[in-house]
Design a protein around this ligand. Structure first.
Ligand code: 6GU
Length: 268
């Protein structure tokens, strides 16, 4: 897969592209990332890439001409999805990463937080994407996040052991607990079942650990996860455990309240 990245800060990408999985994918020719400096497409003698907004107000906006020139000159009329990174965009998800990995070529324009001239959207952008509800100073980190998440879905980028379908979210659940050596550390023991080599039992334990963690941290994910009868039963048990705990917390609070008011009555 080929990425065309349009940015004012191409150097920001270097370390991310030169380590670990992305490095290996590029070396093996599975992934190609072309960085284009938007400044190289500015036409005035100062090579201006941003200006204050018409109508006043603070901040600077990315200018339309350098970006449109850059995109048109690189894509040469080929129909390629062009993503603009922006906090106003559609939320990036694991599903979107898997979908975008089907494309042979993808362009990403790195916006900046103050904004981009609206005509960039009208002329070249096909999709606006945000990686979450917080503000980054520029779209470069967002583009790197997307690049990494998308590359993990490309054929042969991950080894067998790391394969994407096991990741959190691909199964619809969060990943559960994992352990490696030693089997005991500061009195904390690895669960016995993981040491015993019963693969069926290990698989059940892992699925239960994932279910438990998802229930505790992101219960809304369970609404769309596909679960077996046994798993629904387990979730029922977890729910009862929680309800019992909540009831006992309420009981405790009520008792404390009663004791306090008795104490108050006593006092006056
Ligand atoms: Cl894509 N860009 C910026 N500037 N901030 C963000 C973002 C993108 N996604 C979340 N915050």
């Amino acid at each position: 897969m080929r990425f065309e990245i349009f940015t004012l800060f191409p150097a920001m990408f270097e370390s991310v592209l030169s380590e670990s999985i992305l490095k290996r994918a590029r070396e093996r020719g599975l992934l190609q990332v072309n960085l284009h400096n938007i400044r190289d497409y500015a036409t005035d003698k100062h090579r201006t890439t941003d200006e204050p907004p018409y109508g006043g107000g603070g901040g600077m906006l990315l200018k339309v001409e350098p970006i449109v020139r850059a995109v048109e000159s690189v894509l040469q009329g080929e129909r390629v999805p062009v993503i603009l990174t922006a906090p106003q965009g559609e939320r990036f998800t694991q599903r979107m990463a898997a979908e975008l990995a089907q494309q042979p070529r993808l362009a990403i324009i790195c916006g900046r937080y103050e904004g981009v001239d609206e005509r960039v959207r009208q002329l070249v952008v096909t999709r606006e994407v945000s990686i979450g509800d917080y503000v980054l100073s520029g779209g470069e980190l967002a583009a790197m996040v997307m690049l990494d998440a998308i590359a993990r879905h490309l054929p042969n980028v991950l080894g067998n052991a790391e394969s994407a379908p096991n990741d959190s979210f691909s199964s619809g659940l969060l990943e559960g607990a994992h352990y490696t050596r030693p089997s005991e550390f500061r009195g904390l023991r690895v669960p016995e079942v993981l040491l015993q080599g019963d693969h069926g039992a290990v698989a059940r334990w892992r699925r239960e650990s994932a279910l438990r963690r998802t229930w505790e941290r992101r219960p809304e994910l369970l609404l769309s996860a596909s679960l077996s009868e046994a798993e629904r039963y387990l979730l029922g048990a977890l729910a009862e455990e929680w309800a019992a705990r909540a009831a006992s917390a309420r009981h405790e609070a009520a008792t404390l309240g009663a004791i306090n008011s008795l104490a108050l009555l006593d006092k006056y």
